[in-house]
Design a protein around this ligand. Sequence first.
Ligand SMILES: Cc1ncc(COP(=O)(O)O)c(C=O)c1O
Length: 387
Amino acid sequence: MELSKKLQQLPPQFFASLVQKVGAAVAQGRDVINLGQGNPDQPTPPHIVKALQEAAENPLTHKYSPFRGIGELKEAAADFYKREYNVEIDPTTEVAVLFGTKIGLVELPIAVLNPGDLMLLPDPGYPDYLSGVVMADVQYETLPLVAENNFLPDFNMLSQDTKERAKLMYLNYPNNPTGATADLEFFNQTVEFAKENGIAVSHDFAYGAIGFDGVKPVSFLQAEGAKEIGIEMYTLSKTYNMAGWRVGFAVGNKEMIEALNLIQDHLFVSLFPAIQHAAVAALNENQLCVSSLVERYENRRNTFINACKRIGWEVEAPTGSFFAWLPVPKGYTSQEFTDKLLNEADVAVAPGNGFGEFGEGYIRVGLLVDEPRLEEAVDRIGKLAIF
Ligand SMILES: Cc1ncc(COP(=O)(O)O)c(C=O)c1O
């Protein structure tokens, strides 16, 4: 049977070829240090696993969940936003429970746009944003993120026509892949720009917990009037090392939340209730696990960036997320440099062009192995005597 036209239009999975190349190298018995992916390496904190075990033993969790998720989880999400960001959220109308934020990011354009409408997407950006574009049959233009502007978009660069046509904009700070963070002033300007031009905003806060040098990342919803035009998507995948559990939520603007809930009424019967109860424990209970995780990533960042500087590589330290965004040396494309590192140093990284046109000239490193392994990766790169 042929795939539907829509599925045939889906963007190729850019990183599939990287995974294949790394797999082939490992199969040859090579000791590859894999810094190419974004999968947290630490286990879920034990008190959250225990909450799942206990909840799973209660037969009530074996039934269907309420369509829009259990009330306790929506309340926990609202309490979390009050406690962490001093943002008021109404748990009954301003929270949508998600199977991880990936699904929310893909669903949103289908839920609030019509075919042909225009979206604005960051470039470089998380590749799955493009899946939503195809699913919803919409068009997109990019918001270039460049080092000279601290990887923040410059709305003044957009043409009048683009500003008039755009209906929805995605942003993501702390940013994958650049590791950049945004401040409240930027989010205030974003709200102003979005209101002026009638553009809805969805802020992807996947790395919201991970900010360095004592600076806590700002929530988009802390900006004045943000809820009037936008939502924020939050995932437990990174904050609590729960990537495999598939749990997150969107909070903010009532109409956008209702649109997400409505499409989900037709697609799912929400998550396994025991997972929702464990998510409540994650959000409500002791947050020491989060601060020690951030400290771990910050130590890794420092070790890695210092090692890069030692071999003469001129790099900037990321201010958030668990990624480092590194310029490739002169004379190489992102792909050529990625191949060289894998073939000659047994170090796997993600080529920047996989995140968009403005990712060319960079590679992305995931700080998801221990410090000695990170140092070894840089030592191996140093031996290539490129810098
Ligand atoms: C920027 C960004 N957004 C969203 C996600 C999706 O996270 P999840 O679906 O696990 O909530 C990821 C995962 O890597 C990400 O990097």
